[in-house]
Each structure stands twice: as C-alpha cells, then as structure tokens.
Design a binder for this molecule. Structure first.
Ligand code: KG4
Ligand code: ZN
Length: 344
C-alpha cells in the first residue's frame, strides 16, 4: 500500500529528478544538493527541421528516451534504483503529452520502490537551479526568471514560497527571442541564434523597451518589441533598403534584456535583499549574464548565477526543487495529473 503519510525524511537523500515538459528528456541524481549525475536526451535537432517544437514528435521521443535517460543517470551516479530515496518529476507547465511521459514514468518508479513522489512545478525548478550553484544559499533572495514560457522578477521568501514582484503581461522573453529569430531567418532554437548574430552587430536601431511605462504595476511586455522587429524588416524591404540584421539582433537583445536587469537590481535594493539569483533559458544568454553580473557588482549585491546548462531545461533543477519539498515533507499523491498551464 502506497501511503504518503508513512514516509520518513532522511538527511542528504538520494533524489532522482525527471524533466520532460518540452523537447528535453532529462534525468539527474542528487545526493542532497550535490549533483551525482545529469543526463539529457534532446529532440531539438529533430525539432529544428520543423522550425519549432512539434508536440507529437516531442511526446514520441520522450517515450523512446525516458527509460534510457534514467538508466544512464543512475549508472553515472554508480547507483541502482533501490538506492533512490525520492522521485521528483515535472507535472507542468509544458506540453501535455510530453509532461505525461516523464510524470507517469516517475509515479510508476516511486510506486514500485515505495518511496516518496514529488510533482514539481517547472518554474519553481528554474528558481531552485540557484541552489545547485550555491548549496548553502538561503532565502530571502530576488530571482530573475526568464524562460520560453515565463518572464518575471520574484522574491523567494522561504524554500517553498515566493511573491511575484513583476511579470510580463503578454509574451515571455524567450518566446520573443524565438520569434525575432524567425523574422531574421535564423534557425531554431532562436535564443542562441539571435545571440550569435547580435555579437556581430551594435545596438544602434531604436526599438521599444520591454518595460511598460506609465503602468501602476511594474510590468514587461514583449509583443510590441516583437512587432517592432517585424516592422523594421518589412519597412526596409519595402523601401528597398539594406538592413543590417546583426545590428537589429543586437538592438533587440538590449531592448529585451536591459529592463530585466535594471529592474531586478532596483527591486533587490528596494526590498533590502542582498542576494540576486536568476534562472530560465534566457539566463543562458551571455549579454544578460554579463550585464546582470556588472549591475550586481556595482550595487554590492551577491549574484548566484547557475551554469548555463542549469538555466535551460534540465532535471537537476527539478531534483533540487524536489529536495526543498522533500525536506518540508511535502510529498505528492500518485493521482496528480499533468497540467499544461500553471499560474505563477
Ligand atoms: O527554460 P527553457 O529552456 O524552457 C522553458 O521553460 O521555456 O527556455 C527556453 C527559452 C527559449 O525561448 C530559448 O530561445 C531561450 O530560452 N534561450 C535563449 C538562449 N538560450 C536559450 N535566449 C537568449 N539567449 C540564449 N543564449
Ligand atoms: Zn524551462
């Protein structure tokens, strides 16, 4: 009988994390916060042929990869399934069919071993990537979250609670990078392609900032910026003018990232919080990493910046968030379902 009220909480547990919300099938094994292994099988190159993620292909590839990726992660860690104390898996947000693969596998794994199962919110996973970089990190801290689905500045109050201080009212920053890449004819995934092109240009083209001015609440908007990039390309084409795409990419990158960095630092100062962290795929962007590092240094803030591979989707961050919940005894029942959207 699987009874979540009966599980004991161990110190330094072995946590197996599984992530399958989009096009990465990932499994990581942690002992406490220490990463013992971290494997990713990505369908990105297959998806690139279609210019974006095709949900059906993602689900099929997760089904083919999930067993293998977990075997590899356990083997890398030198452990067997019986050594695992807890299984954590993403239940949302993401592609429903993709989520179901990792979630169902994780539930079956936990049930078979009779160990606690923890259903993890992907976004909380991105926040918890910071603990991997600095295992003794303790809340409170301010987090800049910028991924393909979410863009926000959060105040993490405890290991399990946070406030949203600012968020986007339409597209996410990563989504804007992906759309900008498409307009510029760059390959999927868009973020790294735009970054590469931007490195060859200068931010000399005027574009609207992602910061919404004259708003009661602090908020961001990426739809106007995306349209401005599209209009700039169309107008140049109509006038028969030669447009420097590298300059446009660099200008877009600044317009998208500068306000995020500026407001993150301002909010940390305003809240009297001395530590800033960041997470989500866009935080793999070199310009963001450099400008955020410089701004924190200038303001005397401590910055905890996860390695790039722990900013984009991975399972170590899911296991790290699983550890926060495990230590709080906050286990999930096995009837938890996948959710395509979860409010921040
Ligand atoms: O966190 P993530 O891997 O998946 C989601 O949870 O959405 O973020 C993916 C997003 C994509 O939109 C991708 O274009 C963006 O992160 N991204 C980047 C970079 N690497 C990934 N954006 C800008 N610069 C990058 N180097
Ligand atoms: Zn993500």
């Amino acid at each position: 009988m699987y009874d979540i009220s009966k599980f004991e909480i161990k110190n330094e547990p072995i946590i197996l994390g599984i992530e399958s919300s989009c096009d990465e099938t990932a499994c990581a094994v942690l002992r406490g916060r220490k990463i013992l292994s971290d494997r990713i099988i990505s369908s990105a190159s297959e998806q690139a042929r279609y210019g974006g993620v095709v949900p059906e292909i993602a689900s099929r590839m997760h089904t083919e990869a999930v067993d293998e990726v977990c075997r590899l992660a356990l083997a890398d860690a030198g452990l067997s399934p019986r050594d695992v104390d807890c299984v954590a898996a993403t239940y949302g947000a993401g592609l429903l069919g993709a989520l179901l693969v990792g979630l169902s596998f994780a539930k079956a794994f936990a049930f078979a071993l009779n160990v606690p199962f923890i259903a993890v919110n992907h976004i909380r996973g991105h926040i918890s990537a910071a603990y991997l970089d600095k295992p003794d990190l303790k809340p409170p801290f301010i987090t800049l979250l910028a991924s393909g689905g979410h863009t926000a500045i959060l105040r993490t109050k405890t290991f399990t609670e946070f406030d949203v201080l600012a968020a986007t009212s339409d597209d996410a920053a990563g989504e804007a990078f992906d759309k900008c890449a498409r307009v510029l004819g760059l390959p999927y995934p868009g973020g790294p392609s735009v970054q590469r092109l931007a490195a060859q240009g200068s931010p000399v083209i005027k574009l609207p900032s992602a910061l919404v001015k004259n708003s009661e609440r602090l908020r961001f908007s990426y739809s106007g910026l995306k349209t401005a990039v599209l209009n700039t390309v169309h107008n140049a084409r109509q006038r028969g003018e030669q447009l420097n795409f590298a300059d446009l990419a660099a200008s877009f990158q600044c317009a998208a990232i500068d306000p995020l960095v500026k407001k993150t630092v301002e909010l940390a100062k305003k809240c009297g919080i001395g530590t800033v962290t960041a997470g989500g795929g866009v935080v793999a962007n070199d310009y963001l990493r450099e400008t955020l590092s410089a701004a924190c240094r200038r303001e005397g803030l401590t910055l905890v910046l996860p390695e790039k591979r722990y900013c984009t989707d991975n399972a170590a961050m899911i296991a790290s968030e699983g550890l926060n919940r495990y230590m709080a005894g906050d286990f999930s029942a096995l009837d938890v379902n996948a959710a395509a959207a979860i409010p921040l």
